[in-house]
Design a protein around this ligand. Structure first.
Ligand code: MN
Length: 254
């Protein structure tokens, strides 16, 4: 098996190395990852500047391409230019922090996986809820077990799932729950300050709401100690509302 591995925390992030170690025996693993942290850049790509790329040897663990760009850039560049052939699987992670609820939209980790899916490759985003005892090697071992089931089912081309691991506690994870993205946002505010140049600046600050949306949501699953597995797709169309929308009295414009 040929795996393309990326992330959004940057090529030096411990979660990336841990995921590399967890899947290295699957076969060939090519790493193409952002040069620095790209958390919360979503599905951004670089169109106003070129992508600087260099080969990097990271921590005696792997050689990879370091790309001064976004996670989606990394996967796109890998698919079109860097790899000699299309991989069998795209992995993105392990992210430091859960990508549940509205974070799915903000996440560069998820975007890396979805970009792979856009190329018709099965893709998996893997994220670890933040906690005091963050142990990415343990997370990698758990993720690998979940991943093995995904691979054993021979996922369809372009199928994308997001795996969110709960905090590390005795007895956790309690199992796997397949669940939808919670329709909940963050409780957010801005910290207003004046910087050294006398400019007014705003720092976004917030925390994930205790609201889990629905009891079967990804947020609820991770909060309850389960690994949340959520199928994702790039198509954001709200199909439930499409027919109603077509019936609206739109202007003829002719
Ligand atoms: Mn991140």
């Amino acid at each position: 098996m040929h795996v393309l591995l990326t992330n959004d925390d940057g090529i030096l992030a411990p979660g990336l190395a841990a995921l590399y170690r967890a899947v290295a025996d699957l076969g060939r693993v090519d790493v193409v990852a952002p040069a620095d942290s790209q958390s919360a850049v979503g599905h951004a790509i670089s169109v106003l500047k070129p992508l600087a790329v260099r080969r990097l040897h990271v921590g005696n663990t792997f050689h990879g391409w370091s790309v001064a760009g976004r996670p989606a850039d990394c996967v796109k560049l890998a698919m079109i230019e860097l790899l000699d052939r299309q991989p069998d699987l795209v992995l993105s992670g392990i992210n430091a922090g859960a990508n549940t609820g509205v974070n799915v939209l903000y996440s560069g980790t998820v975007a890396g996986a979805i970009e792979g899916a856009l190329f018709g490759v099965p893709a998996v985003a893997i994220s670890q809820e933040l906690c005091d005892e963050l142990d990415f090697d343990r997370s990698g071992a758990v993720a690998r077990r979940v991943l093995d089931t995904f691979l054993a089912t021979r996922p369809a081309p372009g199928m994308c799932i997001s795996i969110n691991l709960p905090a590390s506690r005795p007895g956790w994870p309690r199992g796997v729950r397949c669940c939808p993205q919670a329709p909940v946002s963050w409780q957010e505010h801005y910290r207003k300050q004046v910087n050294s140049d006398g400019e007014t600046i705003y720092w976004l600050d917030g925390w994930q709401s205790d609201e889990t949306g629905t009891p079967d949501s990804d947020v609820a699953a991770v909060r309850d100690g389960f690994v949340a597995v959520t199928p994702l797709r790039a198509d954001l169309t709200d199909r439930d509302r499409l027919d109603a929308l077509r019936a609206w009295p739109w202007p003829r414009l002719d």
